[in-house]
Structure formats: structure tokens, C-alpha cells
Design a protein around this ligand. Structure first.
Ligand code: MN
Length: 320
């Protein structure tokens, strides 16, 4: 079960007092931080406040439809009466805005990472699957009318962090929030499709090359796919377009562990590992100097391709 409803009195007080607010998302931004930030800005603007969104990293193109009209250039951050960080588990996640954030006298953060180090003056940390579930609760407690401009970004946040309700963190709270949001957005299946099904052509072609190189070990319990340097040239894709490839490897029938190896430089391979329940791939990532979670981890291994494969396969073998 989810945590009980938080009491947002302190946050609401801060927000009501401020006539201008700067909202900052985390580095390598995703649908949940942008959903949180955009919904918050839209809500604040509906209250007649000046609200702007800040991101240290560029917006991934598939999320640009959300941030349009909200995202500002980095200048001006800190000039507002209140700063809010959303979906940032620690100060480092705020990126280059961190030093301005810590120096400001009115700071609030709304986050859902239990490891949060409470770097703001007022901190709200919940354990919901997505941060947007908490933003939704805050806005409901503020008594704000839920418009489409607010509900759609929040919905995007819920589906981003729950993997469209497929990740293990999905719970009743995610569904009940999504249901309330869906009642406002109406049919949003096109947004869901574009986020979870659509591929840029270059990425689509790159995936084909990666899958063609699939190898199986240990009676098919391990599947390794590889993206070689020349594959980027052949497909026209960039190195940041391999996100999610490893999921194809771990989801082959009979596979317990999936690996995607990406040649990120000369004799250098970025290794992403995923496992099904019961297999701890973070052990293997840690062995090679990387880290991560039990079922999702990563590391960088240097060497000739076949040697790197041999070494990784040998370490995985200890898990079976
Ligand atoms: Mn999040």
C-alpha cells in the first residue's frame, strides 16, 4: 500500500505567498520530472503567478510537446520569490542550478525518492511510483480546478515512471491517480503511443542491427545484443538512442538476463544489464566498476569485443 496522504500545508503556504516561482527538474530529464514541473507551472500560472521551468539538460525531442511555453533559458533562475525542485533525489540532480538553489531563502522540493537528502528548506518526499502522483495530491489539496493543461503532463509522469503501468512499482495509487487524470484529459492514447511505441527512423534501423547480432548463452538464459560503432554510421542514429534496447534482450522467452553492449569508444563498451526476478545483475556491474539496482544495472568494460563478451559471460555464469 502507498503512504497516507501527505499534509501539504507548509508547501501551500509557501506557494500562496510567492508571486513568482522558478521550478527546476533533474539532469537527464524524463517524463516524470517534466510532467511534475509543467503541471506545477500551469497550476501556478492559473493562480495568476509568474512561473517558469528550468532544465540543465536539453529536452528529449519526444517530450518537447510538454515543455513548450514553460521552459525558459537558464538566465534568471533564482530571481523568483520561491524555488521548487521536482523529482530530484539529491542536490546533484538539480545540476548547475544547485548552488543558486541552496543560497535562496525560500526553497521547496517535491520528490519521490526515499533516499532523498532533503536539500531544500521545506521537503516533501513520498514513496509513490511517480512524482506526478504527489503533485496531483498537492494540487487537489490546494483546491485548484484540474484542467487539461495540468492533467496531461501529470498523466505523462505517471506512465513514464511506471513504464505505462508495467513496472513493479505500479500500485493502486498509480492507477487511481491515472483514472482521475484520464477523466480530465479524455482520450490520450495518441500521446501514450508516441511515448511507448514510436521510434525515430534512425533508432528503428539501429535496433534492427542490434537484434541481428543477438547471441544466446546458458541454454538461452542469457541474451546479449550489441551495438557496434559502425552501426551508428549505418543507421544514422546517435548514442543516446539505444535507451530501452536491453529490454528486448531480457524479454526473450526463456531469458533470465539481458545485456545490451554499446561500443562507446575504441575498445570501450557500455554494458547495460537487466534481469528478471531472482537474479542480481548489480553484482556483475559492481564487479566491473559500475553499479545500479538488482534488476537494472550498468558498467563500462574496456577491451577487444570478443574478450569483453567472454569476461561478461563468465561473470554472469556465476549467477546461474
Ligand atoms: Mn520520477
Amino acid at each position: 500500500m502507498s503512504a497516507p496522504l501527505l499534509d501539504y500545508t507548509k508547501a501551500i503556504e509557501l506557494i500562496k505567498k510567492a508571486s513568482s516561482v522558478g521550478v527546476v527538474v533533474h539532469v537527464r530529464p524524463d517524463g516524470d520530472c517534466f510532467g511534475s514541473g509543467v503541471a506545477l507551472c500551469a497550476a501556478l500560472r492559473s493562480m495568476g503567478k509568474k512561473a517558469d521551468l528550468y532544465s540543465d539538460d536539453p529536452v528529449p525531442s519526444r517530450l518537447a510537446f510538454l515543455t513548450e511555453g514553460y521552459l525558459t533559458q537558464s538566465e534568471g533562475f533564482g530571481s523568483q520569490e520561491l524555488l521548487i525542485a521536482v523529482d530530484c533525489g539529491d542536490l546533484g540532480r538539480v545540476g548547475s542550478f544547485g548552488s543558486v538553489f541552496t543560497k535562496h531563502k525560500n526553497t521547496l522540493q517535491l520528490d519521490h525518492h526515499l533516499t532523498n537528502d532533503r536539500f531544500a528548506k521545506v521537503n516533501y518526499v513520498c514513496d509513490y511510483a511517480s512524482n506526478c502522483e504527489q503533485i496531483y495530491e498537492l494540487l487537489v489539496q490546494m483546491g485548484l480546478p484540474l484542467t487539461k493543461e495540468i492533467a496531461l503532463p501529470l498523466y505523462v509522469g505517471v506512465i513514464s515512471d511506471t513504464g505505462n503501468f508495467m513496472n513493479g512499482n505500479t500500485d493502486e495509487h498509480s492507477f487511481s491517480t491515472a483514472a482521475a487524470l484520464r477523466a480530465v484529459t479524455g482520450d490520450n492514447s495518441e500521446v501514450v503511443r508516441s511515448l511507448f511505441r514510436e521510434n525515430a527512423r534512425e533508432r528503428f534501423l539501429l535496433l534492427g542491427l542490434a537484434l541481428k547480432n543477438a547471441r544466446f548463452y546458458f541454454d538461452g538464459k542469457l541474451c546479449i545484443i550489441t551495438v557496434r560503432a559502425e552501426d551508428f554510421q549505418k543507421s544514422g542514429a546517435s548514442t543516446d538512442q539505444t535507451e530501452g534496447f536491453v529490454d528486448y534482450a531480457v524479454n526473450v522467452t526463456g531469458t533470465e538476463i539481458g545485456i545490451c553492449m554499446m561500443e562507446s569508444g575504441k575498445n570501450t563498451f557500455r554494458v547495460s544489464l537487466r534481469s528478471r526476478q531472482g537474479y542480481d545483475v548489480s553484482e556483475v556491474a559492481t564487479y566491473f566498476g559500475g553499479g545500479g539496482h538488482i534488476q537494472a544495472a550498468g558498467c563500462t568494460v574496456c577491451g577487444f569485443y570478443e574478450d569483453v563478451v567472454d569476461r561478461v559471460v563468465r561473470q554472469i555464469g556465476f549467477l546461474f
